[in-house]
Design a protein around this ligand. Structure first.
Ligand code: 4F9
Length: 223
């Protein structure tokens, strides 16, 4: 999969080069290309923002550099073009899995008060929110999308099944987990997990999942 990211702050994405994403890139499962929108400003001061027509607070990102940046990406016409926005559809596991099926995704990160609406109307296929709050820009939300999608690419997670067993994959939250030692400061691991009885363990985990989901996220069970 190829993900192109359009941003005024490409340095923020250095954070992606560690851990999981580093691994994905190493294994050629994922190629991330960063594009600095400022490089596409025709303005002599490399200006990319301006005041909103009609007045109001803050600045908006101008359309020209964003269009030029987008059009510089090979295959942009066929790619899925996403804009990170609090007005978008809230990201969930179904969307993550759908996104992971694409060969080429382009993510536009806005800054300031957002982008000129003509960008969204003409260049964008899908607006995605990561939750009901406003951030200083779309960069962190874009990283959330990249990280969550990368985990579903073949060869990214080392143990098969580790993406399938966890929270949300079957519509419930994950059961509690324990590792060695079996007793730590007087706190014991539930006996059933040490029993070696796989059927009993599976049953216990299922019960625990349902219980915690009922308690914390009953909305998930209704779906
Ligand atoms: C984008 C917030 C997606 C939540 C973009 C300011 C944003 C956001 N989800 N906030 N720019």
């Amino acid at each position: 999969m190829t993900i192109d990211i359009l941003t005024l702050f490409p340095e923020m994405f250095e954070a992606l080069k560690t851990s999981l994403l580093g691994k994905a890139a190493e294994k050629d499962a994922l190629k991330i290309n960063l594009h600095n929108i400022r490089d596409f400003s025709e303005n002599k001061h490399k200006k990319c923002d301006d005041y909103p027509f009609g007045g109001g607070p803050g600045m908006l990102m101008m359309p020209e550099p964003i269009f030029a940046c987008m059009e510089s990406i090979e295959g942009f016409a066929k790619a899925l073009k996403i804009y990170m926005s609090p007005k978008g559809k809230t990201l969930n596991m179904d969307m993550v899995q759908d996104l992971a099926k694409h060969d080429h995704i382009i993510i536009l990160c806005g800054h300031y008060e957002g982008v000129d609406e003509r960008v969204i109307e003409n260049l964008i296929d899908l607006e995605i929110s990561i939750g009901d709050y406003v951030l200083t820009g779309g960069e962190i939300p874009a990283m959330v999308v990249v990280d969550s999608v990368a985990r579903f690419l073949p060869n990214v997670l080392h143990c098969d099944g580790s993406a399938l067993d966890e929270s949300f994959m079957d519509g419930t939250l994950e059961y509690p987990q324990y590792t060695r030692p079996s007793e730590f400061r007087g706190m014991k691991v539930p006996e059933v997990l040490l029993s070696g009885n796989h059927a009993e363990i599976a049953k216990w985990r299922k019960e625990q999942s349902l219980e915690i989901t009922k308690k914390r996220r009953p909305d998930l069970l209704k779906k």
